[in-house]
Design a protein around this ligand. Structure first.
Ligand SMILES: [Fe+2]
Ligand SMILES: [Fe+2]
Length: 177
């Protein structure tokens, strides 16, 4: 079986219960980075984390890895407009955890994935290998989403188009894309 196909099948089976619950649907209405919705972002993070886990010689609790990744940004507001006591970057892991706890029975690994995914911006590091993986996958996906939007905007301007193309090529060659 081809590796990508195997990944898709496994991802679908692990994500199915939480997706079928419909409780992730509100994430479709919020933008995360650029034109990427929170729903697309958490799906990308969960799939990326699972893909990395399948390449590493460690045991991962893949069901909890995927569930935690799907819920890691379950903050349920438009962070571009909402006013919070703290900056969104610092506040949203705890808000996501509170929301996720209300809707789902979470394991300690899933809770840790959600509340520690913004390390090192939030200073307490992730505790489990699953939470470390989601923290890294989140940064990787956020970079891709941010830079693809920047590249798209720049390429619309005639003067910037060649620079944007060179920039996207450079980004594509970097090890973290
Ligand atoms: Fe986040
Ligand atoms: Fe995220």
């Amino acid at each position: 079986m081809k590796r990508q196909y195997k990944l898709d099948i496994l991802f679908d089976s692990l994500a199915a219960p939480i997706l079928a619950s419909g409780k992730l649907e509100p994430l479709r209405q919020y933008i995360q980075h650029g034109t990427c919705t929170c729903y697309d972002h958490v799906m990308a993070v969960a799939k990326t984390a699972l893909s990395i886990a399948m390449h590493l010689p460690f045991r991962f609790k893949k069901d909890q890895l995927v569930r935690g990744a799907l819920l890691h940004d379950y903050f349920l507001y438009d962070w571009h407009t909402v006013k919070l006591d703290k900056l969104h970057g610092f506040a949203h892991p705890k808000i996501a955890l509170e929301n996720a706890r209300r809707e789902f029975d979470l394991t300690p690994i899933e809770e840790n994935i959600i509340v520690r995914h913004m390390f090192p911006l939030t200073p307490v590091p992730p505790r489990y290998r699953e939470s470390i993986l989601v923290m890294l996958a989140d940064k990787h996906c956020a970079n891709k989403e941010f830079f693809s939007e920047l590249g798209r905007k720049l390429s619309k301007k005639k003067f910037f188009a060649p620079i944007a193309h060179a920039f996207s090529l450079l980004i594509a060659l970097l090890p973290w894309t």
